[in-house]
Design a protein around this ligand. Structure first.
Ligand code: HEC
Length: 100
């Protein structure tokens, strides 16, 4: 599900597999204006911006490294620690090089 937001879409509307989880402009917009709506879902492939422990905390509690939840529409996940660690290991395994 992460790719829905964190992967760019091609002109035909499908996820661009060549840039899987490399970050993307958000295509979702609120129907009512919300101040502070994010414009991008950041890159996850290779090196999410937090440490492994910070990303595990985010995925198990919904709290990011600044002690606050991320902005919508980033879902607030409540994964088990095992699932969160598996997701982090997967993200780290993806290529870190831009354009690969
Ligand atoms: C519905 C869209 C959506 C989905 C689905 C989604 N995200 Fe996000 N994610 C976002 C947005 C938007 C942000 C930026 C939030 C902000 O700036 O406050 C974000 C931010 C993040 C960040 C912080 C990255 C940084 O550099 O600040 C991480 C880590 C993250 N998401 C991981 C995930 C993972 C892992 C999944 C799947 C299990 C996922 N996200 C699914 C929209 C989404």
């Amino acid at each position: 599900m992460c790719g829905t937001c964190h992967t760019p879409h091609t002109s035909s509307g499908t996820q661009d597999r060549a840039h899987y989880l490399e970050g993307a402009p958000l295509w979702l917009n609120p129907t009512m204006p919300i101040s502070d709506w994010p414009l991008r879902a950041p890159r996850l492939a290779g090196q999410p911006s937090g440490t492994d422990a910070e990303v595990v905390t985010l995925l198990t509690t919904g709290i990011w490294k600044d002690g606050k939840p991320l902005r919508a529409p980033m879902p607030q996940f409540r994964m088990t620690k095992e699932d969160a660690e598996a997701v982090v290991a997967y993200l780290r395994s993806l290529s870190n090089a831009v354009g690969q």
